[in-house]
Design a protein around this ligand. Structure first.
Ligand SMILES: *Cc1c(COP(=O)(O)O)cnc(C)c1O
Length: 216
């Protein structure tokens, strides 16, 4: 399955994040042995435990909602934080990154789904944050793009529309704040059930779990 998905993604230069949450070390090691190096987890404790025992050249992505008080545990090694959804969280990531003498890459999470339960900014909130003096003082974070989760539904037209919305937020931010920044280039969207649609709508990074590792 890994090779088949990678082949599909290669055609569009899309990065695969193998979402290994709840899966045992052995399953991740097996995927690693097939060549996969980027893995995503959504619980900090689990991420920390896995990072400690698995190969050091794995790039670990924190993909789910991140609580401010947990940032310190992943700051020494995390390579990308997908779900930044507040200035408060960004401030803490900057602080912990500085402590570790690092710059941590982050994605801004947009609320694109219909459900009110999903986390994320809207465009006005992001604009206000990027213009704020607090944001401009951050030296240990780098915003490399956007992330979003579509509504969990069979309605393909709706999911497509939500992916388009995220792509449009990306384009607006790129034009307004990051036009000369080559690092601002990622759109993290698409999971097992909707990654092909996401790729056709401009995703650069898909987060696939159950399709690779089996259902949870
Ligand atoms: C679990 C999870 C995924 C992967 O979901 P699958 O449907 O198993 O592919 C992607 N993104 C986030 C944020 C997740 O929590």
């Amino acid at each position: 399955m890994l090779q088949q998905i990678l082949k599909e993604l290669a055609a569009t230069n899309t990065t695969l994040v193998a979402v290994s949450k709840t899966k045992p070390i052995e399953a991740i090691q097996a995927m690693y042995d097939q060549g996969q190096r980027i893995f995503g987890e959504n619980r900090v404790q689990e991420l920390v435990e896995k990072e400690a025992v698995l190969p050091k050249d794995i790039e670990w992505h924190q993909i789910g909602h991140l609580q401010t008080n947990k940032v310190k545990y992943i700051a020494p090694f995390v390579s990308l934080i997908h779900a930044v959804d507040s200035l408060k969280l960004l401030k803490e990531i900057n602080k912990q990154a500085a402590k570790n003498d690092r710059v941590i890459d982050c994605l801004l999470q947009f609320h694109i789904a219909e459900e009110s339960s999903k986390f994320g900014f809207d465009e006005a909130e992001v604009t206000a944050m990027l213009k704020s003096e607090t944001f401009k003082e951050f030296e240990n974070i780098r915003i490399v793009g956007v992330m979003g989760m579509a509504t969990f539904t069979d309605n393909e037209a709706q999911v497509k529309q939500e992916f388009r919305q995220l792509k449009s937020h990306f384009d607006t931010l790129k034009d307004t704040f990051f036009s000369t920044d080559i690092h601002f280039k990622e759109i993290s969207m698409g999971m097992s059930g909707d990654y092909q649609l996401a790729v056709s709508e401009g995703s650069t990074m898909v987060r696939i779990g159950s399709l690779l590792f089996g259902s949870r």
